[in-house]
Design a protein around this ligand. Sequence first.
Ligand code: C2E
Ligand code: MG
Ligand code: MG
Ligand code: MG
Length: 288
Amino acid sequence: HSKRSGRSSYTLYDPQLDQATTLRRNMERDLRTALERPGELEVYYQPLIRATDGTISGFEALLRWHHPVQGSIAPAVFIPVAEETGLILRLGAWVLQQVCTDTRAWLVDTVAVNASIVELHDEHYASRVAQILSANGMAPQRLELEITESAFCERATDCEKNITHLRGLGVRFALDDFGTGFSSLGRLHNLHAERLKIDRSFVAGFGSDKGDEAIVQAIVDLAQAVGMTTTAEGVETSGQRDLLAAMGCDQLQGFLLSRPLPAREIERLLRAGSLKADLGIGTRLDSS
Ligand code: C2E
Ligand code: MG
Ligand code: MG
Ligand code: MG
């Protein structure tokens, strides 16, 4: 931090910093507006498929923001702003409500929703989730909350209370982007997550980096040893799919099967039975 204090004492005006602050403030303002204005925010869905037989076990909900002037803005850009400003609490509730409505008729085991660590630290988070689920008649057993690996809960905090509350209802948890954070293996089984989602950077290294293959195999074996299941993110090629299946990975997700799509597109594909086409394997799913 000596560098930072040094800089501030020499630089009276930092146009770059100023610009970043303005951009963030504008984005916060626009995000507030988006929450009031239907249509700007939309939940997309990406299929999660069983590695053994290619059937669809569920979908991951991924938030999209169609900004009226700037066009589509990536979650990696606006989620951090929502987290900094606390808007993520309203955004998360909006997503869950939308997920309940959109997926009501979808015959799948799992709908995965990303949860921010900021939400998990809010003392009312679990009761808000419970309320949204019950108001919409969605079984808690159907919901899997994805939390990034780095987002640890300390003991006896609101975060841990929320997780205990939700687990008591039957909500399941997955550790997202696994392998990129710094979790100690010893803490893994204390986390009470059912699933490890292997970060797509490892899958991307298949074929060029033997280390990545070894890491994925180790994660799959570790998960099996502690009674957890695994999902590989970012499956883009049939070669990656085959290798992951041979490694014993349980679930696959990626552009090979489908990009994230709007609910109506998913329903259209389900009706047409064409979600299975890319993989050439059957699916038992329909949208009746
Ligand atoms: P994530 O939860 O790890 O989601 C997976 C990301 O990988 C998504 O990016 C998805 O579009 C992308 N992806 C899926 N398959 C492939 C593939 O085969 N290749 C490549 N290159 N990418 C693939 P997206 O939608 O841009 O979301 C980025 C992140 O933003 C998510 O990462 C999640 O951390 C966060 N996010 C998205 N929606 C929400 C939300 O509703 N709430 C919260 N708190 N965070 C969200
Ligand atoms: Mg996720
Ligand atoms: Mg992920
Ligand atoms: Mg990721």
